[in-house]
Design a protein around this ligand. Sequence first.
Ligand code: F6P
Length: 528
Amino acid sequence: MPTAPRPQTLPAWQRLSALTTTLPPLRELLKDAGREQLQLSAAGVTLDYSRQAVNEAVLEQLWALADARDVMSQAQAMFRGEHINLTEDRAALHVALRGSEALNPPWGAAIAQQVQVELTRFTQFAERVRGRGLSGFQDTPITDIVNLGIGGSDLGPRLCTEALAPWARAQPAGVNVHFVSNLDAWSLHSTLAALNPARTAFVVQSKSFTTPETLLLAASARRWLQDGGCPPDRQARHLIAVTARADLAQAAGYAQDHIFQLWDWVGGRYSIWSAIGLPVAIALGAAGFRELLAGAHAMDRHFLTAPPPRNLPLMLALLGVWNINFMGSPTHAVAPYAFALARLPAYLQQLEMESNGKRTHRDGGAVAFTTAPIVWGGLGIDGQHAYYQLLHQGRHRVALDFIGVHTDPTPLPLAPEHHRTVLNNLMAQSQALAEGRDETTTRQRLMSQGLDAESAQRLAPHRTYPGNTPSNLLWLQALTPSTLGALIAMYEHKVFCQAALWDICAFDQWGVELGKTLLQSLAPSTSS
Ligand code: F6P
């Protein structure tokens, strides 16, 4: 493949480098008139980036960089199903999973048809499970579903099921959905201890159907069924497989009508829209799951059609590149101010770090700059009493995404007051991190509180805040399947755009293979 000019040699990249030396601190930028216009909305998600350290000159060069890297033509190639996953010679067509009802989709009628058939199959099955229409070995209804899977076969279904639990309350499922991903036996045991084998079914989720962690969990689950009195010839009633290797599932004894399919063109961390979403469809119902897909599809349409300055995922990607490659913030914290979104940081960790934690350009050349950020974080309110100290006064420069939801459906009398306070915290934290407080102001404040001049002088350095911490405020009007679908799709496209800007492959994950190979060589001695 021909060598593309390296991103850092492009004029826009070099101009951005130069701009870092003249940019005023964030607290000064915040005084600029018209800052409140730094907002974009799409598919029910609003991005307020007024607390990013950018001005008109920086934004112009970021858009120029996107243009020079042909980011939007690369996006069109993804939607057309070109083999953009170069090292595995595959398409990355997760977008087809949520848009195949559209007229003339760019990926073609054949794929659209396959997607529709499987979507109908697994959502109908989900409705049957919800309605307690699946029977166990004693002919009594299954009441508990346990998802066994790891990485993309766990994080997406778990995030969506938990995030939409408040929404699903209005359409309760007749079954409970549990998740086990960790190989440590306690994880499985502590879930199964409260369950009845006669009323429990397992959804074994593995695109490859070779992941050792998942296969051992499935083997233990089968043993638990057997020990619970399930005769071997009735075990298949309790087992459901979601995989791209139906042949392996069938060979392992799964019944054909309990095997649901995804395809090699769906990456594991992009698979929530496929049958990997089965537990979500069980928890929400078929209509709720289709709403999740529709929200993601609305974000896809926005992404493909909005011009760069109005393109929400592209803007997020550019702001990330600005912070990582130019402003010295290689770490990115995600702080949801909605309890139901507690799993979002873990989900984004895989999405961003497994996709873009790369050091090789698409043509095999070495990358000379930082790629994916270190993604971390956790619920904002709890984080304020834990990791926020480092954000306010530590030496790391961290960029943040604050996530807020305008409405809250919790049926408690004081819920509106809880909610107001949660959102006030979000606003106070993003402002404090951006503006900080200098030493002189701190000293004066301490003296106005009654401290003598010497004590105020001594304490002021400890009670000063440098500020200048950039953040995005991401707002949802309400947490619904549609807005959650749009939010996740937005992040997927952000990751895609960053890979396109950096000229790296986002859709392989060779980094995780070496450890697996070494594990295989250790296996005989650890099991003996
Ligand atoms: O090892 C990493 C990984 O391959 C992820 O990309 C994937 O989501 C996870 O393992 C699980 O893979 P599978 O669905 O094939 O079991």
